[in-house]
Ligand binder design. Structure first.
Ligand SMILES: [Zn+2]
Length: 225
């Protein structure tokens, strides 16, 4: 029977030494986890420093990421060490993209948007908050995914991607568009008489090239020629 995923969890490989984080591979983690007696790597995906996604445990199988809630969670592990260094920009972007895809895949997008405090996307350490709410049995002492990873900022970033405003439609008014067109021509003519230098005209040129201005004037000319 297919398991039901309720949360996407972020981890760090906690792999580094002397202030340097290492670019951990899924193969390395797989080896470490097997040595602990696990069947295979516990995470579902590993994200390398360059943003490359590496496959971990098949998400249809129960992962081994956070004790007590593995049955209902999906696990992304970032190469490196979140207590030594932040994610690379490529890792962050890749992690956000993959999380967005998994929210979609597991039909969690609405829930994520409707429950800002729901920890639908969470860091491993935040299992302690789930324990406090009676939603998970086992707390952790880990800082995972590390002190350099601010999960509130991550959630805001993901929310921003989901709610990016589509281009707003503006009301078209034929008379106003005509006035805009005539007014612009008047300003250009006056500026030429005053012999303003090119630099002074640059922001007016920029205004003329804005998509809304361009569209309004194009439509007016189409309808009035
Ligand atoms: Zn972890």
């Amino acid at each position: 029977m297919a398991r039901t995923i309720e949360r996407i969890v972020w981890h760090t490989a906690a792999h580094g030494r002397d202030g340097q984080a290492f670019d951990t591979t899924a193969a390395q983690i797989d080896q470490w986890h097997r040595e602990r007696g696990w069947s295979e790597i516990g995470y579902n995906r590993v994200i390398r420093f360059d943003g490359t996604l590496e496959k971990g445990r098949d998400p249809r199988k129960v992962p081994a990421g956070v004790a007590g809630i593995n049955e209902t969670t999906y696990h992304i592990c970032f190469a490196g060490h979140g207590d030594i260094a932040p994610l690379t920009p490529q890792q962050l972007e890749s992690g956000v993209q993959h999380t967005l895809e998994m929210l979609q895949k597991y039909k969690l997008t609405e829930k994520f948007l409707n429950e800002p405090d729901g920890l639908i996307v969470m860091g491993h350490r935040e299992v302690n908050e789930l324990v406090r709410r009676g939603l998970a049995p086992t707390p952790t002492h880990k800082t995972c995914p590390g002190k350099y990873i601010d999960m509130d900022a991550v959630r805001l970033l993901i929310r921003g991607r989901l709610t990016a405003a589509p281009p707003t439609a503006y009301p078209y008014d034929s008379q106003a568009a005509g006035e805009l067109y005539a007014g612009l021509k008047q300003v250009y003519a006056a500026a030429a008489k005053l012999q303003f230098p090119e630099e002074a005209m640059r922001s007016l040129n920029q205004f003329r090239k804005q998509p809304e201005v361009d569209a309004a004037i194009a439509r007016w000319r189409r309808e009035n020629s």
